[in-house]
Design a protein around this ligand. Structure first.
Ligand code: NAD
Ligand code: GLY
Length: 362
């Protein structure tokens, strides 16, 4: 199956099926002839890079590879530079096609390298985690972390194609599967209550990785993301709803140290906190908060926020949240929900946010 992301001349397909990576037909519409470079990491490359290389072998004259260290803590300038080092040392020209083979960390960094090498070269996303298949590989957000803020340096840059091979999810650690489910769950409260009901009814199938259930979860998530991104590619408005749970979540990731909590774990817990804030603001009832907490917990995700400071925990959250990209003139803006699959962006008094953090943290 295929989902199209409609962005005029930057439109592209998201292809979703089993056994895609090893099939040369998957890549038939990609301009061929010159050089390709497979960017992966030390965990994913041994599993899938050779299969991808063989599928590309008939299309490209030369195929290079660069293998990055694995982990959110390596989503840095230093690691990004390894991609530039490889491109320059192999004298890659501006027709070189980059293939991002891995999860969101590899995808975000490869996309940023593609956006900036020679001011822009083509790239293909080959996401291999659930999280990257349902979210990060789609929509063109690329970048790296800064010690002072998550994903603070980057560019909007769309891939030519996204290839979601469902078979890759078989080797994913259970904790990573759960992290991906956080971003799947996210689409329910912000855009599609029927999808939330489907997730609740099919959680057990998702957790045992039934291919049909995963296929539907990836497809519906990508459809919703494509619909949002097509309206607002560069996040001047509605795209911000895709950050439901992320303001609290980014504070957890940065406050704990990148990589201690997985991005999806922080987002799962952050969604519970954002739902609680929505409740305190009178937008959603307590039953809906409980419902969301239950589905997040069933996905195997934490629902109680970590303490980021032993003395002033809420103060530390607030400090970290002020560097969120949605903040304006120092005011933190949260994605809030109404329980009817609508989300919006709004500020909240510090005292109210403090009470939510106190209620939601250990
Ligand atoms: P990740 O890239 O760190 O991958 C998770 C772990 O799974 C890594 O250890 C990886 O090596 C391993 N792995 C990947 N595929 C595997 C497979 N098939 N089998 C076995 N192991 C495998 O994490 P992620 O959850 O994929 O992505 C998180 C990142 O995505 C964060 O940096 C986040 O900021 C970013 N993100 C970006 C966007 C966006 O729109 N660009 C959206 C959401 C998240
Ligand atoms: N993951 C949020 C976005 O792509 O906008």
């Amino acid at each position: 199956m295929s989902v199209r992301i409609d962005l005029g001349e930057r439109s592209y397909p998201i292809v979703i099926a089993s056994d895609l990576i090893g099939d040369p037909a998957t890549f038939s519409e990609i301009p061929c002839g010159g050089t390709a470079m497979i960017v992966s990491n030390v965990t994913v490359a041994p599993l899938y890079a050779e299969r991808l290389r063989l599928a590309l072998a008939g299309k490209f004259k030369t195929i290079h590879a660069v293998t990055l260290p694995d982990g959110e803590e390596y989503k840095t300038w230093q690691t990004l530079n390894l991609i530039f080092d490889a491109l320059l040392s192999h004298e890659c020209d501006r027709k070189t096609v980059l293939f991002a083979l891995g999860g969101g960390v590899v995808g975000d960094m490869t996309g940023f390298a593609a956006a900036s090498y020679m001011r822009g070269i083509p790239f293909v996303q080959v996401p291999t985690t659930l999280l990257s298949q349902v979210d990060s590989s789609v929509g063109g957000k690329t970048g790296i972390n800064h010690p002072l803020g998550k994903n603070m340096i980057g560019a909007f840059y769309q891939p030519m194609r996204v290839v979601c091979d469902l078979d890759t999810l078989k080797t994913l650690p259970t904790r990573e599967l759960s992290a991906g489910l956080a971003e799947v769950i996210k689409y329910g409260p912000i855009a599609d209550l029927a999808f939330l009901e489907w997730i609740e009814a099919n959680m057990d199938r998702l957790l045992v990785r039934e291919v049909d259930a995963l296929a539907y979860a990836v497809q519906r998530s990508c459809q919703i993301k494509a619909w949002v991104v097509a309206q607002d590619e560069r996040e001047s408005g509605v795209r911000a709803i895709l950050n439901f749970g992320h303001t609290f979540g980014h504070a957890i990731e940065a406050g704990m140290g990148y990589g201690v909590w997985l991005h999806g774990e922080a987002v799962g817990c952050g969604m519970v906190m954002a739902a609680q804030l929505s409740c305190e603001l009178g937008l959603v009832d307590a039953d809906f908060v409980r419902r969301l907490r239950t589905v997040v917990q069933r996905a195997g995700l934490p629902v109680v926020g970590p303490r980021l400071n032993p003395v002033d925990n809420a103060g530390r959250y607030l400090e970290l949240m002020r560097v969120d990209k949605k903040a304006e003139a120092g005011e933190i803006r949260f994605v809030v929900i109404d329980g009817l699959s609508h989300a919006s962006l709004r500020g909240a008094p510090d005292a109210l946010v403090r009470s939510v953090i106190d209620a939601c943290c250990a």
